[in-house]
Write a protein that binds this ligand. Structure first.
Ligand SMILES: C[S@@+](CC[C@H](N)C(=O)[O-])C[C@H]1O[C@@H](n2cnc3c(N)ncnc32)[C@H](O)[C@@H]1O
Length: 231
């Protein structure tokens, strides 16, 4: 497992940390990321009205996957994460989908080895790839793109590093009005700088997903969406 990825995996595998993070994660109307999750489902629906398989990588409690499974009642889900605490929580939060969801334990930098099947209509991830360095991120996108069906969607909702000091200052000051800082016990260390927008867009293109855009952005969080060439 690559170094940055394995260090992040160790942090999230600590049950105390994972439970504290889950407890502090905003729910309901306070969860600003519900909008980009729904935008992602809407984009998929426009061109892929009946996806058969949705894979959520580093799925945590399964928030993103549940939006897609609600939007597409005929879809099956595959949930993957490295944390046993997240597995327990996802099994409980996704229980209403019954046997539509398969749960896999594994690392996001080794998807095939973890048993993620090919032919996915949507492979998504959220708030996890910022743990990867540029080379790891590109490796993740390459493997993820290879697991997509023709015309499949690669969707990533994640935090990015600012690459402009002026905008960083502006965002930093305004952001706290919308997203209060998390409790210290849930703050997690990052081994390297977060990937930039450019790192993500380059990664999509290097993986052959040339049709990519930032479908939503607020402060330091972006919804990257791209579709592979059709059949
Ligand atoms: C901030 S949480 C986000 C969870 C979920 N995707 C969401 O947005 O609600 C990060 C998740 O990534 C998982 N994770 C971190 N590093 C991982 C890795 N190398 N492989 C698989 N999962 C990983 C953690 O266990 C955790 O569930």
């Amino acid at each position: 497992m690559p170094e940055q990825s394995s260090s992040a995996a160790a942090v999230w595998s600590d049950p105390e940390f994972a439970r504290a993070w889950l407890g502090a994660d905003p729910q309901g109307a306070g969860d600003l990321l519900e909008l980009p999750r729904r935008i992602a489902a809407g984009l998929v629906a426009e061109e892929t009205p009946a996806p058969g398989l949705v894979v959520d990588v580093a799925g945590g409690a399964g928030k993103f996957l549940s939006v897609l499974l609600d939007a597409f009642p005929g879809a099956r889900g595959v949930w993957l994460d490295v944390s046993a605490t997240m597995l327990d929580r996802a099994r409980s939060d996704l229980a209403r989908f019954g046997d539509r969801v398969d749960f896999l334990m594994g690392d996001m930098t080794a998807l095939r080895a973890a048993g993620v099947p090919g032919g996915a209509d949507v492979l998504l991830s959220s708030r996890a790839s910022h743990h990867l360095g540029r080379a790891e991120l590109h490796g993740f996108y390459r493997e993820a793109a290879g697991l997509l069906a023709p015309g499949g969607w690669l969707v990533n909702l994640d935090h990015i590093a600012p690459d402009d000091a002026l905008w960083d200052r502006r965002y930093r000051s305004v952001r706290t009005r919308f997203t209060p800082p998390r409790p210290a016990a849930t703050a997690h260390h990052h081994d390297g700088p977060l990937p930039t927008v450019r790192d993500h867009l380059d990664g999509y293109r290097a993986a052959g997903v040339n049709e990519v855009d930032i479908a939503w952005k607020a402060f330091y969080t972006c919804l990257f969406a791209g579709r592979t060439a059709g059949a």
